[in-house]
Write a protein that binds this ligand. Sequence first.
Ligand SMILES: [Zn+2]
Ligand SMILES: [Zn+2]
Length: 338
Amino acid sequence: MKQAAITGEKKAALVDGAMLEPFDDWVLVKVHAAPMCTEYKRFLSGEPTDQLGHEAAGEVVGLAQPGRLRLGDRVVAMPLHGCGCCALCIAGDYIHCGNVITVGPGAQVVKGQATYAQYILKPDWLLPKIPDDVSYEMGALACCGLGASFGAMQLMEVDSFTTLLVTGAGPVGLGAVVNARYRGARVIVVESVPYRMALAQELGAEVVLPPEGAETLARIMALTGGRGVDCALDCSGTVGAQRLCIDAARRKGKVAFVGECMDDLPVKVSPDMIRKGLTLIGSWHYNLGDFEQLMQVIRHSPQAGKLITHRFAMSDIQGAFECSISRQSGKIILNPWS
Ligand SMILES: [Zn+2]
Ligand SMILES: [Zn+2]
């Protein structure tokens, strides 16, 4: 089968990979839509790999044993996989499972995870079905495009009474605007790239501000009558924006982080949390039990389709990555079969 690989610094190409075989409850899925996500970081660093991608929608084409799926079922492949047995997995919070399986027969579980490929392997229970009236491309937004921010909004209970700050309007932050508008929230976005500022506005953000430190905070406070926002969601993964979320949130407000960051975030427990009464939430993905609700957003939000701004044949993986690093895009979808 064909799959994409990083072959050098800012260089990518199609390569031939070994065909995968279903085993136990691991299902063979033919990938029809593979959204691009954080893989551009590896394109920039140039470290060679043929294991790219963690988001996909596709068709069940191989089963090793009877289960809940049938050949031909259209499914979303949930990112990563948990053990399926622990309390977190059973509760639907599999993304936080501490016992992720990393090796299967012939190590193909590891190999079969990369979604920039014509086929993947995934456990039966992590392949929720796509409704008949939802395309593969739109279904694939139930991965990071809309899924990451959906989970955070469930935890923060964002609704029509909420003023929400979103920092970082890359594909995840833009998805946050779609989710928040679907819930009727008022949305303020902070973003620096003009293309993405304009797209955030088109998706329904009331105000889009550039990140300018104290000036940005002052403008957010002015927009909220000096109170601060009810909820804030960082999708940028930068310390400056994470700190802005904490400073811009009102007393007793909620802040969630979905943008990954390895740098130290300066938080003072007493003034920031105890006395201000803030709730800080780490959120990675969404509970599996929320899939049906997320599908409602995908089906009924008038803005959801606008999240997808570019489509590439996987044979043009070089062009697709160049588009991804340009930051002149929303979500980019790869077709592994062209
Ligand atoms: Zn588990
Ligand atoms: Zn992703």
